[in-house]
Design a protein around this ligand. Sequence first.
Ligand SMILES: [Zn+2]
Length: 171
Amino acid sequence: MASADEMLQNAAARSAELAAPGLSPRPRRSVAVLCCMDTRIDVFAMLGLSRGDAHIIRNAGGLVTDDALRSLSASQRLLGTEEVVVVMHDGCGLHGASEDEYAQALAADGVLPTWRLGAFEDVEEALRASLARLRSAPELTHRAQIRGFVFNPEDGTMREVEAGPARPSAQ
Ligand SMILES: [Zn+2]
């Protein structure tokens, strides 16, 4: 049986607990989390979140892509969040990947994407770059509370990476 079929059955069997009548779509804790899609990260358990608390935006790497920024912008401007937490992690699939080889493989299949894979060599440096981009992003209305963490799936610890001096915004 395909996983999708099992998922459909699971949801049907648990509809009573999945229902959230009256729960606001506005995050209770006014926070949006941008996190890598890595299977080892249980965002809710790790950050002490419950359903209704936060927006969770996940992609490969937990990178501030144009689409992540779109979601964060909607989170703040439409749904009232005022704080952003970015979570990357040790042992990420993008760590040490080859941007060039990936682009060549896509080109060989006739694809010239407008996006980049986002491979990086240093997770903390990549996270600092993301924090700097968010801090200077006019798409966001709240930029005072933007923090970055790196999770280690091997030992379960999480550490904060300081953003460093914000880049001067181009205004
Ligand atoms: Zn990852």
